[in-house]
Every structure is written in structure tokens, then in C-alpha cells.
Design a protein around this ligand. Structure first.
Ligand code: 28F
Length: 668
């Protein structure tokens, strides 16, 4: 840059250079800004734009948000808020709209009374979306006019222009994700709708509409019951023991900063706990101060109520664990400056939030219990039963401990352990059935691969009480082999393997067993999933044989690709010999396809493969594909597990019918 620029201009051009550098940085290292450039990152773009609309709604100015997945691959988000201001920015002099759309981390504070609520984990702003879009259009309606600006890769293609008049107000952003940046640019209805449903539960005054112009699908998300509707949705497949209890409060600090607390819970006839927590609309998988505040207040207030109303025997002491049995709760807080901690940065660290949540719950819950003595009594009865079961479980747990101590901490006899000891290097396969287990034992690399064959049906832990679960042979074997303790004893540091790989047949039975195993991990070892250590093996579905050559295909399209390739190679060889054109020969081969010596067989189960085949296709790290189990959307995962594993038959049948084409590849 030259030195002899006038003052005012200098700051302007420096600013605009900074803007370009900022956007360049986003395009160079997109993963740093949006997590990754796969499907998750792609969908994150929609999230960023929707976050802005949600903020405008939380500020009290917007009620409707419309998201459209267009047939040309773009996505548009429109709200009926005030519309982003278009006049000159007080500092930067150019249009505020351009500043918001093109400057990293602009639009943080809307004004000094509100704060940016949505987002936070990535919360990088709409300018990132702009930088990562080959094209983007923003349209603003405000003060009777309609304005527009167009961008390519984040760079304005002209000034903000008045393009007409309007009686409404609002902001609309349409963007075309850049195919040179993302591995895929195809938006998925399921992914988008799951998140929008969650946002609609958490923000009950907003109506969110999703339309997919590719197939005409359309859905409205509006839950005026808010968290009450959310709890009912999560628990749809189980029997509730009561009406949901709703607790809400706002705490204002001396400096006027507000912390908003919304909590809803109910008890159901299950034995596991489902707690979903959110900070500024973001799921906090690792919990944090808001969750601990809720837990301690729940225990304290329920115990105080039980004592004051003579609902417990003198010698019974109800613990936090007892109040967790069959609990479904949503904890949602809105915090001005959230600090995220933990392995995956999904744990709220703000210390003051714990006390704020605790006192709001103490007060609101006490009121709710006094107003609903029947509900209160039911909760205490349920917790008392849990306490009795806990004592029984403790006995059997001690038995397990003593037993394992006796056997000098022996590993299960069925486990074929590996010789390496450090978890970073090792993996364990949980294999359905003895015969597949046998093949796996012979086929594995015994230095780093351990095999645990599982027999018979796995217990549905979702429907069983703790003591029952601990009595189950297979469950105990799994826990002992993996090395992590159970319940309060769980410690991920004790995990004996780096990867835990579920291997089951690709048929209906295999899928059922996989779901049961996933349930066990989801309910009792979620930290292993959060740490990215749970995987699903992908055995091939087809074998294609041509002469002595064998190929494996993992799905139908791969199978067809392989067949085409074999035929093409054959045609090429023949064409080279005869001097004919490849296409000509290929056609002839295609016509006589049934007699061309290609034999296709479908693998019905793992047991059909010999050890060498199993190694080559499913276990060799060089050639296998593993599906990593992730919890993309905790609310949806819980809903799915509850539906698949809960006691109500109707919702389960409905779910399976609705998702028949997906169930085989259920990703959580
Ligand atoms: C489709 C995405 O981005 N909606 C938005 C507003 C409204 C205001 C605003 C946004 C002003 C100074 C930044 C309007 N009037 N939807 C959206 N709606 N941003 S984003 O202000 C941005 C700030 O710096 C708005 C009065 N105040 C705020």
C-alpha cells in the first residue's frame, strides 16, 4: 500500500483489505471456521444464517422464518424481522448491510441491551457463509423499500441497491455453497429438519417453515408449548407418570445482564435418564454448570418435600441417582457470554450459572410440588423404588467386583485379546455369533485386534432396571472386556481399546443386534461415543467373481460399477487383439451378459466368509471402511432410541414403516 493516502481514506482501504484477507482466510481454512467441509460443515452454513433470524426473533422483532432448499442446489433463509440496516455504518462508512455480510465477526452485538444469543460454538457469522458460497444474494425490506446486494465468494458484485418498494420488513439470504470447497453440496432434508424442529421447541414463539423444492416436501415447526412439547416428543414412545413440570426464570445481574432459564421435566416408566441441555440453543453434550445446578436443586427440593410431607421412611436416603431414574429433562439457558469447555467444547463453564439455575429451580419446583401433590407423591414413590433397587444393584455390583477380584481381574474367557496393550494402538471387535467370532479370531491381526464374540440376544437396557442390567452375562462381559466401569464407576481413562467396533450381519437380525448394542453404549457409555471411539464395521454385501479374481461390493451401485469395469477391461483386451473398437466389443459383451462368466453372490451373513475374506473386506485397516458413530443431534437420537426401544408398539411400528429405507443404515 502507498503511504501518501489521506487519513479518512487510509482507514477505509485498510479496512477493506482486512475484509478481503479475512474472507481469504475462511476459504483457505474453512474447517477452522465451520468444523469441516463434509456434510456437517455444509449444513452448518444453514445454521449460521438461521441463527441470525433466531437472534432477531429473540430480540422480539421476528416471528416467522422460512427455509427453502431450492432445486438449483441453493438454500434461502427469510425472516420477517426488521431487516438489516442498509444506511452507512457509523464507523466503516459503507452500508451496514455490506459490513454485516462481508466482515468476519460483524454483527456481534446488535445494540447494548441485547446480545448475540444463538450460535456460540462456531458462531462465526453470515460472512463465513458468504465466503464459502460461489454466489450469494441478500434482500432486505425495510422503511418501505427493497434493497439487494450480490456476492461471489464473499466479494460484493456491486453496491447495495434499491430495487423496489415493499410494505413488509425482513431479511432474506440465498446462497449457493461452493462446490470447490465442500465434499458434497447436497442438503439433506433430515439433517435440516431435525435441527429446525429442535430450534422450534427451544423458541416457542417462532414458526419455522422448511420447504424442499427438489421434491415438494414442506413442514411447519411451531411448538407453542415449548419445552413441554419437547419433553412429550422425546418421550413419545414411553408412558409418562405425570404432567411435565415447567420451570422458568430470568436472573438480572447488577450490571443488567440477563440469564434466562427454561427447564422442563417429567418422569416415565423407564429406568434410564434422558437429559438434554442447551446453552443459547446449542446442545451441550458434556453438560456443565447449568446441568449441575439443575441436578442439585432437583435432589435437594424433592428430598425437602419428601421430608416435610412424611413421604419417606426415616432410614431411606434418596440420592441424586434415585431421582434420575426415568427422568426426562430439557435444560435450556440463555447466557450473555458463554464459556465452552470440555473435550468437545460442549460443556458450559460459567460458574455463576450454577447458582442462578439452582435458585430458580429450588423456588419454582417447590411451588410446582405444592400445587400438584399427586405428582409430587408419584415422584417420591418412584425414587424410593429406585433407592431399593440401587441397594440391590450395589450388592450385585460388589459381587461382580469380588468375582473379578477373585479371578484376579480376569478378562472374559470368550475374549481373544490382542498382544499390544496401549489403547492408542488397539481395537476390539464385538462380533455377533460364535461362528463369525471364530472367523474373526482367525482372520485378525492378533497384535492389535481383540475379538469378543457375543451370543444370543443382547438385553434391551432401555427397558431394564440397573440391577437387572448388571445381572446380564453379555452386558457384564462387554463392560469387563472394555474395562470402563459401570454407572458411577465409569471411567473412560480405563478403556482398554482405542476403537470399539460393532460387527454384525447386514440383515434384519444384525441390524436389531446393532441397535441393542448402540442402545447400551448410548445409555451407559455415551462418553465413548462423544470421544469418537465407537465404530460400526461394514461387511460387504456382494462378491463378484470372474475366473480366479474376486471383488467385493458394499452396496448395489458399487456392485454395478465393478461389473462394468470387468466388462470394459475384457472389451479392451479383446479390442486390442482383434483391432475392433472398444465400444463395439463392449456392446457384444453387454448383450451376452449372462454368459460372460461373472458370478455374483450375496453375502447373507458374516459367517459365510472365511477368515481371509473377513480380514480382507472388513478388518484390514488398509482396505476396510468403518462407520464412526456420532451423536449429531442428541434430541433426535434420543427420540429414535426411545421409539425403537420403548414399550409402546405403535410409535415403533410407525417409525420403522416411515424410515424403512433408512433403518438398515441407522446413523445416530
Ligand atoms: C436470513 C437471515 O440475518 N436477519 C437479521 C437483523 C436485524 C437487525 C440487524 C439483523 C446493526 C448494527 C449490526 C435491524 N434494525 N436473517 C437475518 N435481522 N441484524 S440480521 O442489525 C445488525 C446490526 O450492527 C437490526 C435495528 N437493529 C438491528
Amino acid at each position: 500500500m502507498s503511504d501518501n493516502i489521506q487519513d479518512g481514506q487510509q482507514s477505509y482501504s485498510e479496512d477493506s483489505i482486512k475484509v478481503l484477507e479475512g474472507l481469504e482466510a475462511v476459504r483457505k481454512r474453512p474447517a477452522m471456521y465451520i468444523g469441516d467441509v463434509g456434510e456437517r460443515g455444509l449444513h452448518h452454513l444453514i445454521q449460521e444464517v438461521v441463527d441470525n433470524s433466531i437472534d432477531e426473533a429473540l430480540a422480539g422483532y421476528c416471528r416467522n422464518i422460512m427455509i427453502t432448499l431450492h432445486a438449483d442446489g441453493s438454500c434461502s433463509v427469510a425472516d420477517d424481522g426488521r431487516g438489516i440496516p442498509v444506511g452507512p455504518h457509523p464507523v466503516k462508512k459503507i452500508s451496514t448491510l455490506e459490513v454485516v455480510m462481508c466482515t468476519l465477526h460483524a454483527g456481534g452485538k446488535f445494540d447494548k441491551n441485547t446480545y448475540k444469543v444463538s450460535g456460540g460454538l462456531h458462531g462465526v457469522g453470515v460472512s463465513c457463509v458468504n465466503a464459502l458460497s460461489s454466489d450469494m444474494t441478500v434482500t432486505v425490506e425495510r422503511e418501505g423499500k427493497m434493497y439487494q446486494q450480490l456476492y461471489k465468494m464473499g466479494v460484493p458484485q456491486g453496491p447495495v441497491t434499491e430495487i423496489g418498494t415493499s410494505k413488509r420488513t425482513g431479511t432474506k439470504v440465498q446462497f449457493w455453497p461452493d462446490a470447490s470447497i465442500f465434499k458434497t453440496v447436497e442438503f439433506r432434508w433430515d439433517k435440516v429438519s431435525d435441527r429446525l424442529r429442535e430450534l422450534a421447541f427451544l423458541n416457542p414463539d417462532i414458526t419455522i417453515t422448511l420447504a424442499d423444492e427438489r421434491d415438494g416436501q414442506k413442514e411447519d415447526f411451531a411448538f407453542r408449548g415449548g419445552l413441554v412439547d419437547f419433553v412429550r416428543y422425546v418421550d413419545a414412545a414411553t408412558t409418562a407418570l405425570m404432567k411435565p413440570v415447567l420451570m422458568q426464570g430470568v436472573h438480572t445481574s447488577e450490571s443488567g445482564i440477563e440469564t434466562v432459564v427454561d427447564i422442563c421435566f417429567e418422569y416415565n416408566s423407564n429406568y434410564s435418564e434422558t437429559l438434554l441441555s442447551y446453552v443459547n440453543n446449542i446442545n451441550t453434550a458434556e453438560g456443565g454448570t447449568h446441568v449441575s445446578g439443575f441436578r442439585s436443586a432437583l435432589t435437594r427440593t424433592l428430598n425437602a418435600y419428601a421430608g416435610a410431607n412424611n413421604l419417606v421412611k426415616k432410614d431411606v436416603n434418596l440420592t441424586g441417582e434415585d431421582f434420575r431414574e426415568g427422568l426426562t429433562a430439557i435444560v435450556s439457558v440463555k447466557v450473555a457470554e458463554p464459556q465452552f469447555e470440555g473435550q468437545t467444547k460442549t460443556k458450559l463453564g460459567n460458574g455463576d450459572v450454577e447458582g442462578i439455575v439452582r435458585s430458580i429451580v429450588n423456588e419454582e419446583l417447590a411451588k410446582a410440588l405444592d400445587a400438584n401433590p399427586t405428582t409430587a407423591k408419584r415422584i417420591i414413590e418412584k425414587a424410593t423404588l429406585a433407592a431399593e433397587a440401587r441397594l440391590a444393584a450395589k450388592k450385585s455390583r460388589e459381587m461382580v467386583r469380588r468375582k473379578s477380584a477373585l479371578e484376579s481381574a480376569t478378562l472374559p474367557g470368550k475374549l481373544a485379546d490382542c498382544s499390544l496393550r496401549s489403547p492408542e494402538d488397539t481395537e476390539v471387535y464385538l462380533v455377533e455369533g460364535d461362528s463369525a467370532g471364530g472367523s474373526a479370531k482367525q482372520g485378525r491381526d492378533r497384535r492389535f485386534q481383540a475379538i469378543l464374540p457375543l451370543k444370543g440376544k443382547i438385553l434391551n437396557v432401555h427397558k431394564a432396571r440397573l440391577s437387572k442390567i448388571l445381572e446380564n452375562e453379555e452386558v457384564r462381559t462387554i463392560f469387563t472386556a472394555i474395562g470402563v466401569g459401570f454407572g458411577d464407576d465409569f471411567d473412560i481413562a480405563k478403556c482398554r481399546y482405542g476403537k470399539i467396533i460393532l460387527m454384525a450381519d447386514a440383515d434384519v437380525d444384525g441390524s436389531h443386534i446393532r441397535t441393542l448394542l448402540l442402545t447400551l453404549f448410548y445409555d451407559y457409555m455415551p462418553d465413548l461415543i462423544h470421544a469418537g471411539r465407537l465404530y460400526i464395521a461394514q461387511p460387504p454385501l456382494f462378491k463378484i467373481k470372474k475366473g480366479r479374481q474376486e471383488y467385493y461390493a458394499y452396496n448395489e451401485s458399487e456392485r454395478d460399477e465393478i461389473i462394468t469395469r470387468i466388462r470394459r477391461e475384457k472389451a479392451e483386451r479383446k479390442a486390442a487383439r482383434s483391432g475392433q473398437a472398444v465400444e463395439e466389443v463392449e456392446e457384444i459383451i453387454e448383450e451376452g451378459a449372462t454368459a460372460d462368466g461373472i458370478v455374483i453372490s450375496r453375502f447373507k451373513g458374516l459367517g459365510e466368509m472365511n477368515p481371509e475374506q473377513l480380514w480382507a473386506t472388513t478388518m484390514n485397516p488398509e482396505t476396510r471402511t468403518l462407520l464412526q458413530v456420532t451423536i449429531e443431534n442428541a434430541a433426535e437420537a434420543t427420540h429414535v432410541f426411545d421409539t425403537l426401544m420403548g414399550e409402546k408398539v405403535e410409535p415403533r411400528r410407525e417409525f420403522i414403516e416411515r424410515n424403512a429405507q433408512y433403518v438398515r443404515n441407522l446413523d445416530v
